[in-house]
Design a protein around this ligand. Structure first.
Ligand code: UD1
Ligand code: UDP
Length: 390
């Protein structure tokens, strides 16, 4: 019997889900004999999505263009439901792939469920078990798990969380996180930055502290406190450059600019394209962030990371020691960063290039599992196992 080509719809819409799905889209596209890929961008993000599409040269079949300035979660959800349903009704894919924990992820899985289309969830099983942290992502991720038919867990911890929720073990696969696949194809020796300000900063050969912040649960006083801690650090360490690509969310921009503008060694810049960002990360001394993806990328380089969250659904690097959860207390953020900037042995204790999140083969594993799922192959897929610290 001739193989029937299966239609795989990949749904994404924000910066992180697109970065992490890009290696999988590229890998699926190599398998023309088996798969037809339909790329659907909700465009929950606009400029920050376009930056990623440009870097990975992803051609989008549908661009739903739903982003509105300062969008509420409800309106965003409503628009995504309506527009995604129209596309799914037209395309009727054999499988939908979603990634992570954004509104696009949840709505992509929900609308597929309503059309009785099977769902594969990339980066499944991350949990804090606290519905307020991260908000609304913890719940988006759990609802997506409830709907999904194939669960691509990045780590063994994530697999265990899914098993605890009675997901069938034969449908859970430990692939590693495709964020590391994306990194491996993007890091370059002697990289030339496209943002000219970065070439200038890097050429100064000063230490760099890289900052990012955007989480909804941190809006308001927690974010103000974190920015004030950064201000104190920048004043204490005038010879260190603090580089802060500010998220385009107007709520975030306002807090960051109000607190950190006009400090000589603090560079508040627009979001960087992914290549600039990860290549800058590779040259950074310390990272302070509330991002999920950045928490996974930093350990690849062995750069200490202070995470501005109460809890994290990514406990692995905390266990390995490269990541410290500092929360949102101004004093604690300042004191922890201050110690790392002046105490070499405390710094070296955290700096270690062990990556618990992936080995660059997540996309290959994911695509092989999908081939097996459709009966195109029976090849054994070896689970991702992190290399232990020496
Ligand atoms: C979203 C995700 C979050 C993810 C983050 C990554 C949800 C609920 N939140 O948060 O999980 O960690 O993306 O960055 O899915 N904006 C622009 N241009 C852009 C992107 C955003 O102007 O390219 C502004 C718009 O005013 C938009 C606002 O940011 O309304 C918020 O965007 P939204 O996607 O709702 O939430 P994020 O906070 O970006
Ligand atoms: N990133 C980027 N440009 C930036 C900041 C971050 O390309 O200016 C990338 C980063 O490398 C990571 C991803 O964006 O892969 C993380 O996205 P974000 O922090 O917006 O979302 P989260 O991971 O917290 O959901």
């Amino acid at each position: 019997m001739k193989n029937q080509v299966k239609k795989i719809a990949v749904i994404f819409g924000t910066r992180p889900d697109t970065i992490k799905l890009a290696p999988i889209i590229l890998e699926l596209k190599k398998e023309k004999k088996f798969f037809k890929v339909v790329s659907i961008a909700t465009a929950q993000h606009r400029q920050m999505l376009d930056q990623v599409l440009d870097v990975f040269k992803i051609y989008v079949d549908y661009d739903l263009d739903i982003m509105q300035p300062n969008q509420s979660l409800a309106v965003l959800t409503k628009n995504a439901v309506e527009k995604l349903d129209e596309v799914l009704q037209k395309e009727i894919p054999d499988l939908v792939l979603v990634q992570g924990d954004t509104t696009t992820t949840f709505v992509g899985s929900l609308t597929s469920f309503y059309r009785q289309i099977p769902v594969g969830h990339v980066e499944a099983g991350l949990r804090t078990n606290d519905k307020a942290n991260p908000f609304p992502e913890e719940i988006n991720r759990r609802l997506t798990s409830a709907i999904s038919d194939l669960h691509f867990a990045p780590t063994d911890t994530a697999k265990k969380a899914l098993l605890k929720e009675s997901m069938p073990s034969e449908k859970i696969f430990v692939t590693g996180n495709s964020v590391i696949d994306a990194l491996k194809i993007s890091i370059q020796k002697n990289y030339e930055f496209s943002a000219t300000v970065l070439n200038k900063i890097v050429s100064e050969k000063k230490k760099i502290v890289l900052l990012t912040m955007h989480r909804r649960e941190n809006w308001g006083s927690p974010m103000i406190g974190a920015c004030k801690a950064v201000k104190k650090l920048a004043e204490k360490y005038p010879k260190i450059n603090f580089v802060f690509p500010v998220h385009l969310n107007p709520v975030v921009k306002e807090v960051v600019h109000n607190t950190l503008e006009n400090i000589e060694n603090v560079f508040l810049i627009a979001p960087l394209d992914y290549l600039d960002f990860v290549n800058l990360m590779s040259k950074s001394h310390l990272i302070i962030t509330d991002s999920g993806g950045v928490q996974e990328e930093g350990p690849y380089f062995g750069i200490p990371i202070l995470v501005l969250r109460k809890v994290t659904e990514r406990p692995e690097a905390v266990k390995y020691g490269t990541v410290k959860l500092v929360g949102l207390n101004e004093k604690k953020i300042f004191q922890t960063a201050d110690k790392l900037l002046r105490d070499k042995s405390a710094y070296n204790k955290m700096a270690s290039a062990v990556n618990p999140y992936g080995d660059g083969l997540a996309a290959k594993r994911t695509v092989q599992i999908i081939k097996n799922h459709f009966g195109f192959s029976k090849a054994e897929v070896k689970e991702f196992v992190p290399k232990k610290r020496k």
